[in-house]
Design a protein around this ligand. Structure first.
Ligand code: OAD
Length: 264
């Protein structure tokens, strides 16, 4: 018991030292970053989105975010979006502010996020520091002709339980979040090629690393770059490199410990 506690403490100290040393930190984030804000993640058994879609009678849980399924039956996605439209119900938590603090201390190279809740923006991180790998709710477009649609009008329709249609071609309109079967934004691929070489530390926080190509980013940093995982479970290839630092536990507890060590 005593040994375990020493090891865990040493691990946080080690991670804190790495953060103090680094000046180009590449952060990759997933839905676990926002669970402390009250937004469920996708794959945690019981509370995750995919375990709570029974009322929609989907052929498989991910269908709710699958472009082919959406084209035939868009209502489940709109009903989900009504609850989770950014700015409606949720605020950033201490882990979002921890990432903002990395930026304030000139340590953040980039935050690649899979999250579409937009909470990173509310912390005032500049757009240049952000990569919304799975898109965002800040714009919308037609899934048929690609025309841009006014996001406020789309939001108003969704909140009124109305399906938003394109004013040009009457196709289905949705916020520009990336569905399964759609391409990630070009910005993701451009910076995925450039940033790993510039990074001097990688922090991966709140993701199962189950979805590609995002998950690949963790393996693109060179072997001499230390990787820190902040997550309940050990995921992806973490643990395979000797210098990996794995901080298992609750994200908020972990960032509080790190901030205490760093004296922020
Ligand atoms: P997942 O739900 O797959 O993974 C979230 C991870 O965060 C899990 O490993 C959880 O154990 C962990 N976690 C959650 N809350 C935590 C907490 N408070 N403290 C510590 N760990 C916690 O979510 P993502 O990896 O983001 O894509 O999922 C990736 C993509 O799959 C999403 O962007 C979405 C989804 O399908 C699309 O819809 C295209």
């Amino acid at each position: 018991m005593f040994m375990t506690r020493i090891l865990i403490r040493n691990c946080h100290q080690k991670a804190a030292k790495e953060i103090e040393r680094a000046s180009n930190i590449l952060v990759m984030a997933g839905a676990g970053l926002s669970t402390p804000s009250g937004i469920p993640d996708f794959r945690t058994p019981g509370s995750g989105v995919y375990d709570n879609l029974k009322k929609f009678n989907l052929p498989y849980p991910e269908a709710i975010f699958d472009i082919r399924y959406f084209r035939s039956k868009p209502e489940p996605f709109y009903e989900w979006a009504k609850e989770f439209f950014p700015g409606v119900n949720y605020q950033p938590n201490d882990a979002h502010w921890f990432i903002k603090r990395l930026h304030d201390h000139q340590k953040l190279l980039r935050l690649f996020t899979q999250n579409i809740d937009g909470l990173e923006r509310i912390t005032d991180l500049p757009d240049e520091k952000l990569v919304f790998a799975h898109g965002s709710f800040s714009t919308a477009s037609c899934t048929f002709c690609g025309s841009n649609a006014d996001i406020d009008t789309v939001k108003a329709s969704i909140l009124k339980d109305e399906v938003p249609y394109c004013t040009q071609c009457s196709g289905l309109v949705k916020p520009d979040i990336v569905f399964f079967g759609e391409n990630l934004p070009i910005r993701f691929f451009t910076l995925q090629d450039a940033d790993p070489e510039l990074a001097d530390l990688l922090i991966c926080i709140g993701t199962s690393l189950e979805v590609y190509p995002f998950a690949n980013l963790a393996d693109l940093v060179p072997d001499n770059v230390v990787r820190v995982l902040i997550n309940r479970d050990t995921v992806g290839s973490f643990g395979r490199r000797k210098s990996d630092i794995i901080l298992n536990g609750d994200i908020i507890d972990i960032v509080h410990k790190l901030e205490k060590e760093i004296n922020w």
